[in-house]
Design a protein around this ligand. Structure first.
Ligand code: ING
Length: 327
């Protein structure tokens, strides 16, 4: 019996900072309905799918910052999305900014939810790899203040049985780290869902701008192939509050092929019937339990940074500093 999941990657066009949650939820509901008309089982919405990507600008007041977060999920403004998904019998993934109170402490995370076809929340991820900076950089055309506005996720990388398969989640910059896919694959993930807000300009390294689209695809194609899983990655695309973001919403097969991709920078549904059993050949070829030689992988968990070989090699002062060889 083949396990085919018809998945809709629901790319979001720009969301204005003046757009209310209700207005955005209306857009998401339109995409849910379009997915249902194509008999989809699962809809994947993007990172911070309910608001403009506010880490792109400096926010002084805590009150203003908190207004970008969801205190509960579903909330009054997002309940209609949950209700409509349940009515249509469609599971979905949703990225959002989470404000949680834990042990009397206010915590802020860049989070995502997995909701089943009965409208029940079955999983949550909190973004672990936070890019950008904590300081205000007015000289840059836009900020990336995720390291200021969010904490590092404290839930790890988890997987959940869903729709006859095993599903994992990550968020945006998480997709650039090979550890993300490997840990999820070791948890049995056959399908990894993620959203992203990715500007097409890197203020600190403009010489890399021409590679942004290629590297966005490269890291996911490699992750999918090396771990034998499907990857569904959904953009917040287009020029949002002056920041130009890539589209390239993609559905990637365990072969590493991009089997479907968005062609616009607006709200767009990218649909593909994913045969979860396509992963089997790659699982057999790699055979983690037989062929991984974990006795040699220690440095991956023993330390975060680089340790140079004893003679330190001949490296420039800059790279010596970056490589962590301070002396
Ligand atoms: N955004 C970007 C991302 O990882 C970035 C940050 C852009 C990193 C370009 C490297 C190059 O796609 C988020 N929100 O993580």
């Amino acid at each position: 019996m083949t396990r085919i999941l018809k998945i809709a990657a629901a790319q979001s066009g720009p969301i204005a900072r003046t757009e209310s949650r209700a207005e955005v939820v209306d857009r998401l509901i339109l995409q849910l309905r379009a997915a249902e008309r194509q008999e989809c089982d699962l809809v994947v919405f993007t990172e911070c799918a309910l608001t403009a990507f506010f880490p792109h600008w400096w926010i002084e007041s805590e009150e203003e910052l908190d207004a970008w977060f969801e205190l509960e999920m579903p909330s009054h403004s997002t309940q209609p999305l949950f209700d409509e998904a349940k009515r249509l019998g469609i599971a979905f993934h949703l990225g959002f900014a989470e404000l949680a109170w834990e042990n009397g402490q206010k915590r802020r995370f860049n989070a995502s939810l997995l909701v089943d076809q009965q409208g029940a929340v079955i999983g949550k991820h909190r973004k672990i790899h936070l890019p950008g900076h904590e300081d205000h950089r007015p000289q840059n055309p836009f900020q990336n203040l995720e390291q200021r506005y969010f904490e590092v996720g404290n839930l790890g990388f988890n997987t959940w049985p869903m729709l006859g398969g095993i599903v994992g989640m990550c968020i945006c910059n998480d997709r650039r780290w090979p550890e993300t896919y490997r840990v999820l694959a070791l948890g049995g993930a056959e399908l990894i869902l993620l959203g992203y807000n990715t500007p097409d300009h890197i203020p600190e390294h403009p010489q890399l701008d021409r590679h942004v689209g290629f590297q966005h695809q490269l890291c996911m194609q490699a992750g999918a192939y090396q771990n034998g899983c499907w990857v569904v990655a959904v953009a917040k695309a287009g020029v949002e509050e002056g920041v130009s973001q890539i589209g390239l919403t993609s559905i990637i097969a365990p072969s590493g092929e991009i089997v479907a991709q968005s062609r616009t920078l607006a709200d767009e549904l990218v649909v593909y019937a994913c045969d979860l059993d396509e992963a089997c050949a790659y699982r057999e070829l790699f055979n983690f339990s037989k062929n991984r030689q974990v006795q040699y992988y220690g440095p991956i968990v023993d330390r975060a940074g680089i340790e140079l070989p004893r003679d330190g090699g001949v490296v420039s002062p800059t790279s010596r500093k970056v490589l962590g060889a301070e002396n």
